[in-house]
Design a protein around this ligand. Structure first.
Ligand code: BYC
Length: 328
């Protein structure tokens, strides 16, 4: 019945917009249980649509804002090869945002509405991008560990139920795996460098530890959306599971380099679960609600870019007219 090639577009639209009832919901959930993908013109509960828009939109904004801390180091990269790799990475992140905005648009929210919600502070984006990248070592840590954390999350969720989001995640993961190599290479270089380089790397790890723990979201007990998202296979693992998978993969890798996260309680227990000190969830909530160290700066930069890039977008949409770049 779904995606029937003989349906007219009007019939398909009417099918997709049928009012919610128990029978439709049961049919929808049975499709998810069978591992089928839901596509934009399929019927879906309004809450499934709302949750997907929320999550994909936040993810897209994270890519846009996430380009900023690394972007500030393009002009200060330590050599030409590092600079080229960083330019390419930052460009990739913006490409990821495009893929994700496209996926979210299939659910009915326009890109303009999403950008407006980002700039007004209504929409969230990942906590980690509200911290400054103070040294080149921060760029190594972002490339290896933030991208590493994102890959854990994205590989898991790429097996989810909404077709456009999963396909976007698949493409993003290919590129992220290069970012990871770029970050790892920079980490290895610093970790095997001079005492000053090793100390700088350790300081960067000290600063990023708590934000990285926060990256996977509040603990399962405090998570608001996980149950619903997991029932509908938007999320395929809980916040704590993903955090645990990340620690399992990456703690040994950084310890191998002779550096470590600054937490004496970080250890794997007999059940294979990583334990850690209280990561200060108040800091997490303050940051995701607009009061982290760089929230105001990040949004101010995006608003500046939006204003100063408007003439380019207008020119692209009206190729017949002549446009002159404003001088101020
Ligand atoms: N940051 O019920 P919960 C990248 C919010 S970019 C901010 O557990 P959920 C990269 C959550 O939204 C990749 N907010 O939520 C780019 C909710 O608030 P609302 C970024 C967070 O959705 C450039 C509330 O807390 N990855 O890698 O079940 C350069 C309660 O949480 C965060 C993604 O965006 C957070 N960390 O699970 C380099 C992944 N965590 O909306 C690298 C996509 C929670 O009710 N997102 N909140 O106001 C997800 O997978 C899920 O949304 C989360 C949270 C696992 C993050």
């Amino acid at each position: 019945m779904y995606g029937n090639a003989y349906m007219t577009p009007e019939e398909a639209k009417a099918m997709a917009e049928r009012p919610e009832n128990e029978e439709l919901l049961a049919e929808f959930e049975a499709r998810i249980d069978r591992g089928e993908k839901i596509e934009p013109h399929d019927w879906m509960p309004s809450e499934y649509r709302r949750q997907l828009i929320r999550m994909i939109e936040q993810h897209a904004h994270s890519e846009v804002i996430g380009a900023l801390p690394e972007g500030t180091w393009i002009t200060r990269a330590p050599n030409f090869k590092r600079k080229l790799a960083l330019i390419a990475k930052v460009q990739d992140e913006i490409g990821h945002a495009h893929l994700l905005y496209n996926a979210a648009e299939t659910l009915g929210k326009t890109r303009e509405e999403m950008i407006n919600d980002l700039l007004s502070g209504k929409s969230k984006y990942s906590n980690v991008f509200n911290y400054p990248a103070l040294t080149w070592s921060d760029i190594a840590v972002i490339g290896f560990l933030i991208d590493g954390a994102a890959i854990v999350n994205q590989v898991i969720n790429s097996k989810g139920s909404y077709g456009p989001y999963c396909r976007a995640l698949d493409r993003i993961c290919y590129e992220e795996s290069f970012h990871l190599k770029q970050g790892h290479d920079a980490m290895v270089y610093l970790a095997t460098g001079t005492p000053a380089q090793r100390a700088e790397l350790q300081e960067a790890l000290n600063r990023w530890y708590r934000p990285i723990i926060h990256f996977f979201g509040p603990s399962d007990k405090a998570s608001v959306h996980s149950n619903k998202l997991m029932r509908w296979k938007i999320k395929l693992a809980s916040n704590d599971d993903m955090r645990n998978q990340f620690l399992d993969q990456y703690v040994p890798k950084i310890r191998e380099l002779g550096v470590d996260f600054p937490d004496p309680n970080l250890k794997k227990n007999a059940e294979g679960v990583w334990e850690f000190s209280d990561p200060n969830w108040d800091e997490f909530y303050a940051t995701i609600n607009g009061n982290g160290p760089c929230n105001a700066e990040r949004l101010a930069v995006r608003r500046w870019v939006e204003d100063h890039g408007r003439w380019v977008r207008t020119a692209l949409m009206n190729p017949q007219q002549k446009y002159v770049m404003p001088l101020s």
